[in-house]
Structure formats: C-alpha cells, structure tokens
Write a protein that binds this ligand. Structure first.
Ligand SMILES: Cc1cc2nc3c(=O)[nH]c(=O)nc-3n(C[C@H](O)[C@H](O)[C@H](O)COP(=O)(O)OP(=O)(O)OC[C@H]3O[C@@H](n4cnc5c(N)ncnc54)[C@H](O)[C@@H]3O)c2cc1C
Length: 752
C-alpha cells in the first residue's frame, strides 16, 4: 500500500496459491491507494505444481520450483502473515489464524488449494505419504530416498492415484530413485513399482491417445498398473483393495482426488457437495459477496479439473474483480477454457502433450514445457523495480463515512492531542486479557495516573527501556519481538521480569484501523510478557507517521545475584545463545532482496525469549552476561571485556548465523547502523587478517531481540550448551574464550 495513504479497505488473501501470486504481482505493478493487502499463508515459499515432478526427478533445485512470497508480498505492498487459517467469521469479517489475533477484512480472497482425500480411507493418513501439503511431502521424500538407499533386497513402492499427478509422481520418483541406486552401484531391479487407481482407466480427464501413450511408458518402465482397484485401507505393510486383494508395499504415495478442507463449510460459506467454496462466474462466493475464491478450493458453476493451469488463469480475473469490488464496480466473469494444453512429464526430460482429442510426445515437448515453466516462475521471482508513488487518490474507494473521518486526519494535533482517542484506547484495553500480580499495586486492572509497584524485601528493581519503529508490517509480531527485545536486558542481568509500561505510536488512520493496529500490537506484547510472568501495568499511545513501539521493563532480583557485563574470568568460555544477522537481513528485506524463508527464520529467532537461556546460564555459573542488540556482537563483547578488564579470543567460524545473512552481507547490504558499529573495529587486534572474510561484517551487524552472550567457566560450558539446545536454543554454541588482559590496546583477537 502507498505509505502516505490511509487505510480504507482491507483485502485479505488466504493462501499463496497460483492465482494469488498473480494478484500480488498485479497489485504491485498497479497499487491501489487506500487498499491494504494482507497475505496469510502456511508456506512462505509456495511450490509451483508444474515443476514439482521435475524437481522430484532431480531436474530442478528447490528454489527453482518455489515462488518466494516474501519479496513478492513486499513488491505488492502486502503484509505477510505466516500462519494457517482454520476458520473465518463472515459476520464479523474476521479470519482466524491460530497463534495470533483474528485478522479483519473488508474483502477476502481464498486460494489455499486442496489435498488428496485421506479421511475416508482408514490408515491413509498414518501409513501413506500424501502429496500435499507439498513441503511436508518433500521432507518425507528426502527420508524415503534415504530409506530406499539404505535398504537391502526388494523395495516395493506403491502409488495410489491414476490422475496426472499420480502418473507423474510414479514416473518421477522412480527416475530419481533409479538414478540414486545407480550412483551407489546398487541393483535397479530390487525397486518395484505399482500404480493403483479406482477408475477403469488412468488419466480420466485426458484423451484416449494420452492414456495409450502413458500406459505404454508405464509398461516400459516396469510400473504395474492396477485399474478398478479402490484402496479401502492402508496398513504399515501395504494396502487393502476393495474386493479382497492386499498389495504389500514398503512405501505408499498418495495422490488421489482433491479434497477440500473442512473450515470453509464450518465457517458458513456455501460449498459444493465435496466442501469446495461455491463461487459464481466472477469467482465470488454465492453466499457472501465480500468473499472470493480461486484455484482448487473454488467450485465454479461450470466445473473444471483441479489443476494449477486453471488457478493460474483465474489470477488476473481475480485481481481485477478484487479491485472492482473495492470500488463497488461491476465484476468481470471468468471464462474457463473448454480445452487446454496439458504437458505431462514422464520423469526423464520427456513429455506428452494433451489438448482436446490431440496428443503428441517427445523430448522437445519437455524442453518446451521447461521453457514455459521457467518463464512463468521468472515473473514472480525476478520482480521489476517498484513503481513510483503517484500520491493517493482515494475517491473511488472512500465511502461517505470514510470521507468524513479522513477529513479530520489532516487536522490531527501533536503533543498530548496526538494521543490515541480514549474510546479507542479503552476499547483496546477492554479486549486485552486482564493481568494481575500481587506486587503490582496499581496496574491496568485499576488504572490511575501512574502505575505503582512493590519491591519485595531483599530484592532490588532493575529497569530498562527500548523503543523503535517497526521493521515489519505486522503489528502483532512486531509487538512480540519488541517486548522480547526489551525484556532481554532484564534477563541478561539475571532478574525475573515483573512489569512493563508500553509506549506505542500507531499510524494515523480510520478509527477502526487504529484500534485494530493497537489491539494487535498490544496482543503481541502481552503474548511475550505473559509467559515471563511480567504484567503490563500501563503505558501511553499516540498517533504518528509510522508504527513504533517500546517498553519500560522492570525486573526483580536479589542484590548479590545481579549478573553484570563485568565479571568475565580468564579461562571462561564465551557462549552465544542465538544466531546473528537480523540487521543485514531486514536491510535486504526492505530492498526486496531477502528470501522469504530467511526473513521467516530471523523472525522465529527474534520471537524466542531469552528467559530460559538466562536461567540456564546462571545455573551453570555464568560470570558475566549481556544481550546482543544494537551494537552488534563485537560491540557488546567489547563492552564486556572493558568492564571485566580481560581480553578475548573470538572464533569467527563458530559464530552462528541466520540463514541468508552471509549472502546479504556479502552483497553489501547492511543495516544503516552498521557504519557506527564498525568504528569499533579498533577493538580488534588483527583486523587486516580477517577483514575480507565473508563473516567479518556480521560482527558489527546490529541485532533486534538477539541472544545472550555470556562467559561461563570452561568446565561447565559444554554441559551448558547441551542444556541450552535442549531448552529451545538450537544454535547455542561456544564462540571463544576469555584471556588474561595483555598490554595490547585492542582486547579482541578474532580467529578464522
Ligand atoms: C504431483 C502433482 C503434479 C501436478 N502437476 C500439475 C501440472 O503439471 N499442471 C497443473 O496445472 N496442475 C498440476 N497439479 C495440480 C496442482 O497441484 C493443483 O491443481 C494446484 O496446485 C492448485 O493450485 P491452487 O492455487 O489452488 O493451490 P496451491 O498451489 O495448493 O496453493 C495453496 C497455497 O495456500 C497455502 N495454504 C493452504 N492452506 C492454507 C491455510 N489454511 N491457510 C493459509 N494458507 C494456506 C499453501 O501454503 C499454498 O501456498 C499437480 C498435482 C500433483 C499432486
């Protein structure tokens, strides 16, 4: 969305399917002022079905067959929420995503695909490998390859499903496995394949010529086809077919007809007999005009096969109709092709073409398919430069209420007048769960001019404050990260979190949007505070140009238990609990140059609280501790060496990195704070030896909600790292050791 246009309408996209990727691209090419897009998706990298068999067969790598929704969403100006929708409330216009507050929509579009039907076949879910969700299947496929390679004697693969997906899967998995067996000089003849389908023929939606060609190819490859074989149960050792036959199998691949998830019907949407969302020709729900659906999940008046081709074709019509619906204009019908070209691969860079009653096969067809597929993917993974902002023109989507509200925006006050209105604030506070603690005498449960805290006898209060503007377009996740970040100081000191006061700046906008943003932000903050035992006791909120949030956090600790930066002892090991790289990665994200999964990993890391790590370090006799934040790893380490009057040796190769950080830093994409941090290079004794090392710049990379850096007596260090990993810090590691202070001015020696 254009940064200076207030939000008037929320369009929420559920699922990053083949139609929504077009919607995102088209909104990126031609933004719609006043419309905010939000994409909620289970997968950040969405697989392109057309290339999936090619990947399985070993012709593509993982990135080549996935569309990275991270940069695409950024290109579209869309908020990207990583989560799996499990229901909607059409009355309140809310989308439910477990683990976060409901997301409001004015218009909703659903393109979340389908899965092979497993529910009505006992044992299918437990004993077979369904092709969808694809990411789960790909993990299972890795494990299956290992199993086959490590097995001895016969290995029986059984594919259930005789559509294009099942046939392609049988041929592509077989091609790959035979190649791997060949590589290890193993016998190819010990791999057996069977394909079972309940119908009288394979590929029922294709013509007889295509079927004949595939029956021949399957026979040539030694894949036995069993027609009219309806699987009624899957057991660990094989499948039971209706009518008596039991087919033994070591692995069962499940590619049967598409099934719908249960949540659309349960949410009250009109669905067809199978549970797919019933839409009209304009891809609009026949029961809820503000809801659209496309791809496998949609059931059109004139049904078409569940195929990615149709989802792709629906994309531009869906994008146009979402625009038109936002502007209350008449919608455009989607006209599905009666006959379409299908290119079905045979696993070995060979393909069969199918259109109406016509068919053809050959290696050139695979080359052609490969060209088409790569060109399609290029449109989403190589995005054009972002267009220039032409300024908001809200006339077409603003209704009378919106215009009235917007006219007051220009006259909003500063100072105290910039506060979020009291009704909005009290509505938000009323929606948040009440938190109480005995030692918080006056808090949000009995608000007054100020909060009041009691410090129990024998304890002291430690306090810290942090505040920064949002680096992600997701108030809930930002609220969680900012709170984690603030609490880091308290935990680094060894204290228990007691309470917090929040300060929030929410972008100007319509009252409903301001309220929702503030609610999501505060919900995120509470979701980080509550598990630590801290209560939110008060705060201040205002409207401003951009979303920003911070907390004053209070902790309690016995005076003599304080863990400080000073205290490191020569001989101690240096332990870091989380990987680094958030600065460069978010700098790259702002430029659309970071992969979605890198950003997702960075966010997951920032969401991990330092609380359990601090307690663990304490239990293992930590002599000093700090949290790694804005000054970067080196900056915080230097602070510790100065306070402790010691030198340290830092092992650059051991420092854990968030995936992608090395690539973005190597591309020269660094945080705007990096140059200030780099001034500390004087503290490194041997910069010339390592300054060209790819990891070196990351020592200066500012961190948000980074991990803890602590010195621990050498004999306790390994058990401490083991325990940290057990506690949910998989990257915890020893990154160096503390040494006696020398006469060298620079306290840090970095080794490669
Ligand atoms: C082996 C195989 C090969 C195939 N080959 C072809 C082919 O060559 N050509 C072709 O046209 N079709 C092919 N198909 C069919 C094709 O896979 C589907 O028709 C197509 O993927 C449907 O696209 P879609 O856009 O509806 O959904 P999908 O491509 O399935 O995308 C759904 C998206 O929604 C997300 N999502 C799912 N549930 C949720 C949720 N609850 N909340 C949030 N996000 C969610 C997913 O993460 C995913 O990003 C093949 C199928 C198989 C099994």
């Amino acid at each position: 969305m254009q940064a200076d246009a207030p939000v008037l309408k929320d369009i929420v996209l559920v699922g990053g399917g083949h139609a929504h990727v077009s919607v995102l691209r088209m909104f990126g090419m031609k933004p719609m002022p006043g419309v905010r897009l939000t994409l909620i998706t289970r997968d950040i990298h969405t697989p392109y079905s057309g290339m999936l068999p090619g990947y399985i067969a070993g012709h593509y790598d993982c990135d080549e067959i996935h569309i990275d929704l991270g940069p695409l969403a950024r290109f579209a100006g869309a908020r990207l929420y990583h989560g799996e929708v499990d229901g909607i409330d059409p009355g309140e216009r809310l989308v439910h995503v477990p683990g976060r507050p409901p997301v409001h929509y004015d218009l909703l579009s659903i393109n979340s695909g389908s899965r092979p039907r497993t529910v009505d076949v006992p044992g299918a879910l437990a004993n077979a490998l369904p092709i969808k969700p694809v990411d789960r299947w790909l993990h299972q496929w890795q494990a299956l390859q290992e199993r086959v390679l490590n097995s001895q004697g016969e290995f029986r693969m059984l594919v259930v499903g005789g559509g294009a997906g099942g046939v392609e899967l049988a041929l592509s998995t077989q091609h790959r496995l035979k190649g791997l067996l060949r590589d290890q000089d193993d016998q190819l003849s010990r791999l057996h394949y069977e394909l079972l389908t309940d119908g009288p023929e394979i590929l029922p939606t294709h013509n007889a010529g295509v079927r004949r060609r595939f029956m021949r190819v399957l026979a040539e490859r030694g894949i036995a086809v069993h027609l009219n074989s309806k699987v009624i149960a899957v057991e660990p050792t094989g499948v039971q077919v209706e009518g008596g036959d039991f087919h033994p199998a070591d692995a069962v691949l499940w590619v049967t007809v598409a099934a719908a998830p249960e949540w659309p019907a349960k949410s009250g949407l009109a669905v067809d007999r199978e549970g797919f969302i019933a839409v009209g020709r304009e891809l609009r729900s026949i029961s809820h005009p503000e809801i659209f659906a496309a791809g496998d999940i949609a059931s059109l008046p004139d049904p078409r096969p569940k195929s990615g081709v149709f989802a792709v074709r629906q994309g531009p019509v869906l994008a146009e109709n979402l625009r038109r619906a936002a502007e209350s204009r008449p919608l455009k019908p989607y006209r599905p092709q009666k006959r379409f070209l299908g290119l079905i691969s045979t696993g070995d860079t060979y393909a069969v073409a199918s259109r109406g009653n016509w068919s053809l096969e050959g290696r050139l067809l695979w080359t052609w398919k490969d060209w088409i597929d790569r060109r399609f993917m290029q449109r989403f993974n190589e995005l054009p430069e972002m267009g220039h902002d032409t300024g908001p023109d809200l006339g077409r989507i603003a209704d009378a209420d919106a215009i009235r509200e917007l006219s007051t925006l220009a006259m909003r006050c500063g100072g105290c007048g910039a506060k979020v209105g009291s009704t909005v604030l009290s509505r938000v506070i009323n929606r948040l769960p009440v938190q109480r603690r005995e030692d918080v005498l006056i808090g949000l449960d009995s608000p007054d001019d100020a909060a009041a805290f009691e410090v129990p006898p024998g304890r002291i209060m430690v306090q810290s404050v942090d505040y920064f503007r949002s680096f992600i377009d997701d108030p809930y996740t930002f609220g969680r990260i900012a709170s984690n970040h603030a609490l880091g100081d308290i935990f680094a000191m060894g204290a228990a979190a007691q309470s917090a006061l929040a300060i929030a700046t929410v972008p100007y906008g319509r009252e409903r949007i301001v309220e929702q943003t503030l609610f999501e932000l505060m919900s995120g903050a509470l979701d980080s505070l509550a598990p630590t035992g801290a209560v939110l006791a008060g705060g201040h909120s205002s409207e401003g140009a951009e979303l920003a949030f911070g907390l004053t956090v209070n902790g309690l600790i016995a005076k003599d238990a304080l863990l400080r930066k000073g205290g490191m002892q020569p001989g101690d090991a240096l332990i870091l609990t989380k990987p680094i790289g958030t600065g460069t990665l978010f700098a790259a994200d702002m430029r659309g140059r970071a992969k979605g999964r890198w950003i997702d990993e960075a966010i997951q890391s920032m969401l991990v609280s330092n609380q359990a790590a601090a307690a663990c370090l304490h239990r293992h006799g930590a002599t000093a501790c700090t949290d790694v934040t804005g000054f970067g790893l080196l900056g915080h380490l230097v602070e510790m060496t100065r306070a402790s009057d010691v030198d340290v040796q830092l092992e650059l190769g051991a420092v854990p990195l968030i995936d992608g950080a090395e690539q973005t830093a190597a591309a020269g994409i660094l945080s705007s704070l990096q140059p200030q941090n780099v001034r500390l290079r004087r503290a490194v004794r041997n910069p010339e030896a390592l300054s060209t090392h790819a990891r070196y710049p990351l020592l200066f990379d500012p961190q948000t909600a980074g991990g803890l850096l602590a010195s621990v007596p050498a004999d306790a260090a390994s058990p401490c790292v083991d325990k940290l990993r057990e506690l949910g810090y998989p990257h915890a590691i020893i990154i160096g050791r503390v040494e006696i202070r020398t006469t060298e001015a620079a306290p840090v020696q970095v080794v490669g």
